[in-house]
Design a protein around this ligand. Structure first.
Ligand SMILES: Cc1cc2nc3c(=O)[nH]c(=O)nc-3n(C[C@H](O)[C@H](O)[C@H](O)COP(=O)(O)O)c2cc1C
Length: 185
């Protein structure tokens, strides 16, 4: 239980690698973390909110507003609550919005409200990954102090082979555990 007492926001975006987010979420919870999922509207096309809320034991946050009953989700409260925000998988589009402060969904407003460290695990096809705009956005995120969990090379969902595959969930959990261990020392 290396993450006991840690509050983690797991941001999920519209990448095919979102199916791995269930394993990642389970891994974080097994280590004792409390996890709040924030997912983009596109992310919900790739993995269901029911799966994520059942695994995290919390409603998934995706929209700014409730069902026309005057309720809303507070990105500010999430900023106060979190010890770490982990965005995995991070799409090219979301990283572009993060780099440029385009806060048009709950995940980006939450990101902009974080006082804690942010880890980002990009996932995309090899050509998207090597596009200069992706390289530039990743550089910008690093300049903000965000920790990039570099994708690995291998077979991609498209069938192509190259760099862009999200780190495996087990390896990401290990990065998170190591991060908090190093902070202790
Ligand atoms: C089948 C499919 C798979 C996709 N996989 C990825 C991906 O792995 N990485 C990525 O950056 N975009 C991917 N996209 C495109 C994103 O879903 C799209 O850019 C979307 O607007 C991202 O929105 P979000 O970042 O707000 O979640 C994929 C699209 C489709 C239709």
């Amino acid at each position: 239980m290396n993450l006991k007492g840690k509050n983690i926001i797991l941001g999920i975006t519209g990448s095919i690698a979102a199916y791995k987010a269930a394993t990642l979420l389970r891994g974080l919870i097994k280590e004792g973390a409390e996890v709040q999922v924030v997912i983009t509207p596109a992310g919900k096309e790739f993995i269901t909110a029911v799966t994520l809320s059942a695994l995290s034991n919390k409603p998934v946050i995706s929209e700014f507003f409730g069902a026309k009953d005057g309720t809303w989700n507070s990105h500010v409260d999430l900023g106060i609550w979190a010890d770490l925000m982990l965005i995995a998988p991070a799409s090219a589009s979301t990283m572009g919005k993060m780099a440029n402060g385009i806060a048009d969904n709950m995940l980006i407003t939450t990101y902009l409200s974080m006082k804690c460290p942010v880890m980002v695990a990009p996932a995309m096809d090899l050509d998207m990954y090597i596009h200069p705009s992706t390289t530039k956005n990743i550089g910008t995120l690093q300049s903000y102090g965000n920790i990039i969990l570099e994708p690995v090379s291998g077979e991609l969902a498209s069938g192509l082979v190259g760099k862009g595959r999200m780190k495996e969930p087990e390896a990401i959990v290990e990065e998170v555990v190591n991060y908090f261990d190093q902070k202790k020392n």
